[in-house]
Structures are given as C-alpha cells and as structure tokens.
Design a protein around this ligand. Sequence first.
Ligand SMILES: Nc1nc2c(c(=O)[nH]1)N[C@H]1C(S)=C(S)[C@@H](COP(=O)(O)OP(=O)(O)OC[C@H]3O[C@@H](n4cnc5c(=O)[nH]c(N)nc54)[C@H](O)[C@@H]3O)O[C@H]1N2
Ligand SMILES: Nc1nc2c(c(=O)[nH]1)N[C@H]1C(S)=C(S)[C@@H](COP(=O)(O)OP(=O)(O)OC[C@H]3O[C@@H](n4cnc5c(=O)[nH]c(N)nc54)[C@H](O)[C@@H]3O)O[C@H]1N2
Ligand code: SF4
Ligand SMILES: [Mo]
Length: 710
Amino acid sequence: MNDIVHPSQCWECNAYCGSLITMRDGKVAKIGPNPEHPGSKGAFCVKGIRAVREWTENENRLLHPMRRVGSRGSGEWEQISWDDALDEMADQLAAVQSEHGPHAIIGAVSGAAFSRGAVMALLMRSIGSPNWMINQDLCGGCQALSEKLTGTPMKNGEDIDNARTAMLVGRNPYAADPGQWQSLKALKTRGGRIIVIDPMQGPASGLADIWLRPRPGTDAALALSVAHMLISWGKYDTGFVADWCHGFNAYKERVDRYPPSVASELTGVPAETIIEAAETYADGPSVFVPGHGIDAFSAGVQTFRAFDCLVAISGNLDRLGGNRMAKKPKGFRNYLDLIHDPQFRLPLDVEKRTIGADRFPLWAGPEGWQTACHNPSVIEAMLTGNPYPIRAMYVSGVNIVVTYPDAARTIEAMKSLEFVAVATQNMNPTAAYADIVLPKTTTLEEEEVQLIGSGPCIAYTHPVQESRGETRSDLEIALALRDKLGERNALIQDFLPWTDQRAFNEYLLGDSGIDIETLRAEGFQTFPYDLGAFGDDSFATSTGKVELYSERLDALGLDPLPDYVAPSADAADAAESTAFPLLLLTGLREKTYHHSRFRDQAWARKVSPDPLIHIHPETASEHAIADGKWVTVHTSGTNTGCRAKAQVSEAVPKGVVATGMGWWDPFSGDTERGARDININGAMSYGGPWDPVTGSPDSRGRRCKLAPAA
Ligand SMILES: Nc1nc2c(c(=O)[nH]1)N[C@H]1C(S)=C(S)[C@@H](COP(=O)(O)OP(=O)(O)OC[C@H]3O[C@@H](n4cnc5c(=O)[nH]c(N)nc54)[C@H](O)[C@@H]3O)O[C@H]1N2
Ligand SMILES: Nc1nc2c(c(=O)[nH]1)N[C@H]1C(S)=C(S)[C@@H](COP(=O)(O)OP(=O)(O)OC[C@H]3O[C@@H](n4cnc5c(=O)[nH]c(N)nc54)[C@H](O)[C@@H]3O)O[C@H]1N2
Ligand code: SF4
Ligand SMILES: [Mo]
C-alpha cells in the first residue's frame, strides 16, 4: 500500500475547508480535514468526505457530450463527440449573434468565486455580449453591495477565535459552516458570549447567551437601536469615527429614531433584550457573524448597511476579535479583479446595455459589482423580447431551474430560446432543457487557485485524478469553443488569453510571490497583512472613509443612510393577508445537501428523504395540518405551488413556516414534476419587490398559505 496524501481545498460549499486527499493505487481512498488550514482549522463535513467522491464516481455521472433528440425536456438524448457538440454550439451562437446581435447570447453561472464565473464573463465578452447571470442576487449580493457602498469589505473575515462576543444574525453555522461552528463552540468554552438574532430556534440559539427573535425581515431596526444605545452611552469608537467615518452626525440623527422601545415595536423583541444585547456587543472585541437569513431580500442592502455601520462605529472593523477587512497578497488577482480589469472590458456603450443596468446600475453593467445581469429582467427579456431579445444561453455550474425562484417561468423561458447548452456533471433539471449537454470535471479532477477570506490564504485545489470519461473543465470548454467561434468570425476579441488552466492559475498568482509548486505541496499559502492600519487607501469609497452616509446612494436618489424598511409582507391589504396568512422562510441548510447537489446519493436521501416545512403546533392545528403529512404551499404572487412534509415543532414562531431549498427528484422520470413538485422555488415568484440596489427578490418573508395535500 503506497498512500500519497495531497493537501487540497474543498469547495463543495462556500465554507471552503482545507482537505487532505489520500490516494491509493491512483484512486481516492480517503478525503478528510486538513488541520493546518488557517481558514477551517481542521473542521470538515460529510459532504466533503463523501459526497464529492460519489459525485465523481457515480454511475449516473455524465461522461460524454449529449445532443437532444426529442422535444426540450423530453429526456431523449444521443451521445456525440466533443467536436460535433462544439461545432453545433458555435454554429448556433454565431447564428444568433448575426441575426439578433451579440447581446442576444447570455451565459449563466452560480457566482464568480471560482474560475468558472470569470471564465463565463470573459467568454461572453469575447462574443461581444455583456450579458451573463450570477445567482448572487440570491446569495450574498446584498452583503457584498452594502460592504462596497459602506467601504467595509469584511465578508469571511469574522475573527471568532479572538472575539469576546459573537453576534450571529441569520446564520446557521451548524449546518452551513463547520469551521465557524467549531470556533463558536470554542468561544463559548472559553467564557465568551454569543448573541443570536434569528426568528428560528436551532443549534445556534441553543448556544446563545442572548437570543433575539425578531419578526422576519425586521433586523435593521435592531442594528440601528444597538447603535443608538452605544452612541448614547458614549461606548463607541470616537477616534475611529472622527478619523475614518463620513456622515456621523446625519447617521446619529437617523439611529436616534430607533430607541429600544421603537425597535421593540417593529421587531417584537423586548426592549430589555435589545439593551442587554447592546451592552454585550459593546463589551468587545465583538464579531458580527452574518448569514443568508438577512441577505437576498428586498431590503437586504439596507439591513446589511445597518449592521456594517454598527461594526464600524463600535471599533470592531479590522480589529483582532472583530471583523477583518478583506486581505490579498500584493500582485494577486482574484476573480473580481479579472472581471473589472480594463483589458478585458467591452466598450462602455456595449456594457451599458447589460440587462438590468438601467434599473440596478450598482449591480448590473459597467458600474456593477460583478457587471452581471439582473436575472428576473433576463427571464422577462427571454419571454417578451424587452428591452431586447435573448435567444441563446450557455449555463455552467448552476442549476437555475431548481435554484431560481419561479421554476415554471424559468422553464418556460428556457423552452422559448433558440439554443441552450448546459455544462454539468450530471443530468440535472436545468440540463434537461438543453439542446447540448457538456460533461464537466469535478473538484477532484481540476486545478483551482483561490483567495480564501477566512484564512486569509491562497488555497490550491489539487487535481488528484484524471478526468473521467470525456469530461472537461470550464476553461477547457471555453477555450475550445472560442476557437470554434473564431473559425466562424464570431469573436469580437479574444478575452481568454490562456493556453490552459495552469496558465490561468499562474496569471491569478501574478507577482504575489506565491508559486504553484509550493501550493501543490502545501495546499495553501498564507501571506503577511496588517490589521487596523488605516490609511488614505483603506476605504474604497469616494470620500476615502467608511460611509455611514453613502454618497453613491445619495447620487442615485436612494436613501444614503441605513434605515429600517418594513418587510414587503407588511404592505399586503386585508384580502391578501387573509388569503396568505403565514410568513414563509426558505433556504434552511441541511448537512446532507449542497443546494440541489447530491440529491441522487443514497446516503443523503436516507438522512434527509423529504423536503420538510416547519410549522408551529398552534398554527398547524389552525390549518388542520398534522405532523409528518404532506402539505401544499402557495405564496402570494404566483399561481403555482409545491409540496412539502409538515414538521410540527416549536422551533418556528406562530404564523411563520420555514423550509429548505434545492429539492428535486432525480428518479421521478418526469423532469418538470421533479423540479417543480417538491421545490419551494416552484411556489415562489422572481418578480418584485426587489432590493433597489441588488435587485434581489424576497427569498424569505413572503406571505404564504398551507393546506393538507390530497
Ligand atoms: N450543508 C450545507 N451548507 C451550506 C450550503 C448548503 O446548501 N448546504 N450552502 C452554502 C451557501 S451558498 C450559503 S449562502 C450558506 C447559507 O447558510 P446560512 O448563512 O447559515 O443561511 P441559512 O441556512 O439560509 O439561514 C440561516 C438562518 O437565518 C434565519 N433567518 C431567516 N429569516 C431571517 C430573518 O429575517 N432574520 C434573521 N435574523 N434570521 C433569519 C433562519 O432561521 C436560519 O436559522 O450555506 C453554505 N453552506
Ligand atoms: N428559495 C430559495 N432559493 C435559493 C436560496 C434560498 O435560500 N431560497 N438560496 C440561494 C443560494 S444562497 C444559492 S448559493 C443558490 C445556489 O444555486 P446553484 O448554484 O444553482 O446550486 P447548486 O445546487 O450548488 O448547483 C450547482 C450546479 O452546478 C453544477 N456544479 C457543481 N459543481 C460544479 C463544478 O465544480 N463546476 C461546474 N461547472 N458545475 C458544477 C452542478 O450541475 C449543479 O447542479 O441558490 C439560491 N436559491
Ligand atoms: S463544509 Fe463540507 S462541503 Fe463545505 S467546504 Fe467544508 S467540507 Fe466541503
Ligand atoms: Mo449561497
């Protein structure tokens, strides 16, 4: 037995744990945690240990390019060669480009955190299209935009290990992030305090010293009230505020509108509890640990602004035990740098036509965070031709039929297109609507270099085995497609100047002084950085300071100060409130699944066989719903519904129901049914209200109704 152990990086979810992969006779024998990894520090999960291997070795894995032979969604395919697949794809894209213009072609990925995001953007730009979709309007987009506007990029910089107090807001690290969970338990053991803000009871509230249980979507009022208390007690960082904050007086006036009595009224949290939380948070260092529970909703940016400003004025920004600002080795290029690099940009007038740039200029188009489209506007354009037609789509690394709200409409939009190609590892519901399906490598087969904020470190994903079958990586597909498009004179410019993944990765490493060979051997590289050494270039805002008062929002006619925005469910009239009497939370994570992935793995189905919807005993009896029985779920704003299994428990407050996401049935044999029937996004609208900055829809807090299923 000759075991070789490769340090690598798991990126099956955005916890990004360091891994050790043991190879025996050329095969993966074991995947486990890397205790040396500075981000995860030995934490790991069952998906990293088990699901990735099955995902790779699975007999259902797609190993060859496929061409649709039946109608779209019929599930009838024939195997074809790569050459034929790429020829057909290039022919179709070139035809759409010449008939409708390059804008009519769109790419879709999950996010830009991995190379496939940037590769997709650059591939589309090479064709002349500024249009590509990310799903971060549904994930982390509100946090990112708030941090960008405020000048406080601190995502993944939570320094729980050195904190005295941690404040979790809409975060369930027990399921979502084992590294954070491990650090929080250690904090508790060493006598630190934990504040949890979450309407739902769960492992985190179980660990809490103070648990605030707000009405869904009202968290901003809590942050503003805590800030008000800190300022009124004089327990804020006067030096940091004087030197590095812009607009403190206006901000103070704003937060003074939210004494605990007012915040209590808005959120349902007792005023004494808000004061207790403020006292505890004031006794730092304190770390703000946010989660998806306050992101991806129509007031997401304002909610994050309220917390981000609190972190700044309390002196916890870039402080040991607080929230570290993003660090990067000098000379390293991350994916955002790539997307925004002037040498890879289309002319301004072309980028201005990005779908959604007119409505959400800080999200989509030239000034956008990632320049990507506003997705609901894209679906609209596919179906109506407004503002102009979208006729062809290339999807990679995202399962839009399952993970975008309004599955029926996404399917209708896909069916209306002239051409759809999907790159994936398995036949998922999105691939089912493709004309061409391309087989993709997995994270055990591809090399990736990535900046990990939680380390912070540069991490290396080790390609430990040969690609199975004919599978290829995103960059390999993009390069081959680029060549085919070139043969058809369909390239505007070549924005993919790399020969292979290694060249791409070396380009990312740039002049950072970190080299691939060391990364391969160690799995990661740390780099030196300063904490709290603020200077003129610390805050990337127009004033060069933390903008409590955002000049950019002001210029756009949006509220420049953080504020409480009533959740959209409050706007319902009497008829709607009667028809849809409950509030729906979606997105609860389970340890078994990563969104829609691994749904075909027997072990995972055994642990989590059905989509559950949590309902309070009193609410359940009011609606004649019994524990363990199937119910139908409908929300306001759509006609379609879905099913879930009732889990009657006091974990949710009365009148609130909570469910997961990502459900589909790989074995139903009926794609539409499999993707809509048990998928909460089959019952949700992707229409407004949208966050005015990110265009995010309400992925929770929507009004809904439940009834026993037939
Ligand atoms: N096992 C597993 N881990 C994952 C993932 C996965 O699919 N599976 N996905 C990864 C990804 S991409 C993400 S984005 C993260 C998401 O993981 P988290 O950031 O932890 O987010 P959620 O699990 O969606 O929700 C966290 C909490 O928000 C609460 N919540 C809901 N509405 C509100 C509200 O209005 N206010 C407050 N304060 N709380 C609210 C919920 O009750 C829940 O306890 O997990 C990552 N990790
Ligand atoms: N209602 C509701 N909807 C939500 C959410 C919610 O809370 N509520 N959460 C949102 C959030 S936070 C997120 S992050 C999104 C997730 O949305 P998605 O990104 O669509 O989720 P996944 O299931 O991870 O889909 C990934 C797909 O990418 C492919 N894939 C997996 N690994 C790789 C890879 O290495 N390379 C490539 N090219 N492809 C790969 C597989 O085909 C897989 O089916 O869903 C969002 N949708
Ligand atoms: S939590 Fe699990 S799936 Fe996510 S990165 Fe860590 S080991 Fe991988
Ligand atoms: Mo996410």
